[in-house]
Ligand binder design. Structure first.
Ligand code: ADP
Ligand code: MG
Length: 685
């Protein structure tokens, strides 16, 4: 065990309580601390004179208390502690509110560095609640570029900074270098050990830039290597070549005629599957663009060629829904469909697996359960993952490995900004469904505050009286689950709506903590029109299709990403009825307001995804988790694109030279790639 693997409890000042707090930040070992990167920095290197310090802007001053500390109880109950401090150029009154204890540590006649904003009050210079440390102490809060960390209650940036300093000292020479020397030299990257020191405690902005470049580069390299290794598994394989068969019989059983975009994508798929190599195709289409029918066409082609297909969906709800729409349709073409989900009884499962094994089934629809060991297809020719963004990348590969180089079709409703597509789906050909079926209704979207809640409820009443149904989406299931107050919770909100607001309507709820059976029963009742108002979490985000639902209300809309809201909005406007999406947010301001307004104006999922990427704050790596990829710790896809391309190039080169990264020179890299990708999980609710 190296010092990096030791628990943080070996550090001074880290007891059981601190350990628990750190665990919440994802920090358990000394090594975790080292890669807990600051989210920002404040340059506090410069020390101003009291006389010339810019007012109302944070600055450091070097001053000495020249009076005794005075304490006074204010009328509002707060305690004000005051002391006069001076440097050679002037005086400032240092004031602390309710920090009597802290203020007492200031000694008259000793020099301190203070950090804060100097203001003027009654012609006097005043510094309120400054940070300070003795000039004789080593610089932590002042006199350096101070790292700002993402925090949790009970852990301050300064205390993290102290722990990191201890961790760095402890790690000493044990910080392993993962990049081969040649590579490092060629790309002008400093040592990892230097980079880790400098990222937490940079001596200059130049040093910081150098450190960051090294760490971002490394992260992107590992990332690209991971994806590259996954891709390689399929290179050079010979696919099942589909014989040309007429698709007309399939078209004839459809209750509607396909859009031009659907037909185009189906012909792209037909061409892929006939080309003699395994297809790798991503079909991107906004919610409601009719991706399921494209999948059905591909399944039809496979079946006509005597091959089996697998269709994997991220939730049971969606898997069952696919079963309900596809089974009757495909049955009319002589195709037999089975369903496999985790919640099925053992006997039921066994029966399905048996008919799969005997070749009786042409298509198996299911959830992650399809990946389990007992599932084997005698002649698997096509695998489809629906709502790919809910799965980890490696899950798509795992499903494909159930067969001999089957064709892969990936469906995704989350439009991927170009930058992201570049690395995520570098191995896939992309088809875009850029046309909605004529039956799709545009959804009018509104952003409202608490003041309009009563009007919203009236509107709900009117819609239900007209025979429609509505969704209410909340960010959490139980009250108290979230640190932020005021978040609506499914359970209590359902009660409120039923008891206080709509006692005469049928209100029900569905969320991820219910069993599949319960969820399914509720969804079935909703689809059958036996429920008027359905309160839920984002479990209904993906794929659910209830054409009679005409209103989507999202509570605490500020809590959701734009693309996620767009997905939710896609749950309505699926039938012949005029539909609406109402975003409720108590007091949206600034960036939140801009985000939510963008959604009201735009219907185009691609534009929304681009806006999401542009508007998201630093550190909020929306794209990564959404696509089941490891989360980036330091790289930023919005601004580090050039580095990404450089690292990608280097990764391809490395894999060309050493396809399995098995040379001793690369074993550290390989281990890191594995560690990074082991942490992705993908599909969650
Ligand atoms: P998504 O792309 O979001 O998966 P779906 O495949 O669920 O969309 O299709 C949305 C709805 O549109 C479904 O009710 C489906 O039956 C219907 N639909 C699909 N294609 C057409 C079409 N060409 N004409 C009319 N309705 C269609
Ligand atoms: Mg779908």
């Amino acid at each position: 065990m190296t010092p990096l693997d030791q628990s943080v409890s070996v550090l001074k000042g880290v007891g059981t309580r601190k350990m628990e707090l750190l665990r919440r930040l994802g920090i358990q070992t000394v090594g975790d601390l080292l890669t807990y990167f600051p989210r920002a920095y404040e340059d506090r290197t410069y020390i101003s004179d009291i006389r010339s310090a810019t007012l109302n802007e944070p600055c450091c001053i070097l001053a000495m208390p020249v009076s005794a500390m005075r304490h006074a109880k204010l009328r509002n109950g707060r305690v004000l502690s005051k002391v006069t401090a001076a440097d050679g150029t002037g005086q400032v009154t240092i004031c602390f509110f309710n920090q009597r204890h802290l203020s007492l540590s200031l000694q008259m006649g000793q020099e301190y560095v203070f950090y804060g904003k100097i203001e003027t009050k009654n012609h006097e210079k005043v510094l309120y609640n400054p940070l300070f440390e003795p000039l004789s102490a080593s610089p932590v809060l002042t006199r350096r570029i101070v790292p700002i960390y993402r925090l949790t209650a009970g852990v301050t940036s300064a205390s993290l900074s102290r722990m990191v300093a201890q961790a760095l000292a402890l790690a000493g020479d044990y910080i392993p270098e993962s990049l081969p020397d040649g590579l490092r030299a060629f790309h002008h990257l400093p040592h990892r050990s230097f980079a880790l020191h400098a990222i937490h405690s940079p001596r200059s902005m130049e040093e910081l830039a150098l450190a960051r470049r090294r760490l971002v580069w490394e992260e992107f390299l590992l990332f690209s290597l991971g994806l590259g290794l996954l891709k390689q598994r399929r290179v050079g394989k010979v696919g099942h070549s589909f014989a040309p068969v007429s698709i007309e019989p399939f078209y004839r059983v459809l209750p509607f005629s396909l859009t031009a975009a659907q037909r185009r994508v189906i012909s792209e798929i037909t061409a892929d599957c006939g080309a003699g190599r395994p297809m790798n195709r991503l079909v991107q289409g906004d919610v409601g663009s009719g991706k399921t029918m494209v999948a059905a066409a591909a399944i039809y082609l496979a079946a006509q060629n005597g091959l089996q297909a697998a269709l994997m969906a991220p939730t049971e709800l969606l898997a069952r829904q696919h079963q309900n729409t596809l089974a009757p349709l495909l049955a009319a073409c002589g195709i037999r469909v089975g369903l496999l989900t985790g919640s099925m009884g053992a006997g039921e499962k066994r029966a399905v697996l048996q008919s799969l094994q005997s070749g009786e089934l042409d298509l198996l629809i299911g959830t992650h359960a399809l990946l389990s060991d007992g599932v084997s297809f005698p002649r698997l020719g096509l695998v489809i993952t629906d709502e790919q963004h809910r799965f980890g990348v490696h899950q798509r590969v795992l499903l494909a490995e159930k067969g001999e180089a089957p064709h892969i079709l990936v469906l995704s409703a989350t439009p991927i900004p170009r930058t992201l597509a570049l690395i995520l789906y570098g191995d896939l050909d992309i088809s875009i469904l850029d046309e909605l079926p004529p039956s799709r209704q545009p959804v009018d979207t509104f952003l409202i505050g608490e003041d309009k809640r009563a009007r919203l409820y009236q509107f709900v009443r009117k819609l239900v009286a007209a025979g429609r149904q509505a969704y209410f989406v909340c960010p959490i299931i139980e009250e108290g689950e979230s640190s932020l107050a005021q978040a609506k919770a499914v359970n209590s909100y359902t009660k409120t709506l039923q008891q206080n607001v709509f006692p005469d309507l049928r209100v029900s709820c569905v969320h991820g903590r219910m069993s599949s059976k319960e969820k399914e029963a509720v969804m079935e009742a909703f689809a059958a029109g036996k429920i008027d108002l359905l309160v839920s979490t984002t479990v209904i985000e993906v794929g659910v299709d209830v054409p009679n639902a005409a209103l989507m209300v999202v509570e605490n809309a500020e809590r959701f990403g734009l693309s996620q809201l767009h997905q939710l909005r896609g749950r309505v406007g699926r039938g012949i009825h005029k539909s609406y999406c109402v975003l409720l947010s108590p007091q949206p301001t600034g960036e939140t307001l801009t985000r939510l307004k963008a959604l009201c104006k735009t219907r185009d999922g691609f534009q929304i995804a681009e806006a999401d990427l542009k508007l998201r704050g630093p550190g909020d790596f929306f794209g990564m988790r959404q696509h089941g990829l490891p989360q980036l710790k330091i790289g930023d896809l919005a601004c580090d694109l050039a580095l990404l391309q450089e690292a990608q190039g280097a990764a391809s080169q490395l894999l060309l030279e050493d396809p399995s990264l098995s040379s001793p020179n690369h074993c550290a890299l390989k281990a890191q790639v594995h560690a990074l990708f082991a942490r992705t999980d993908g599909g969650r609710n």
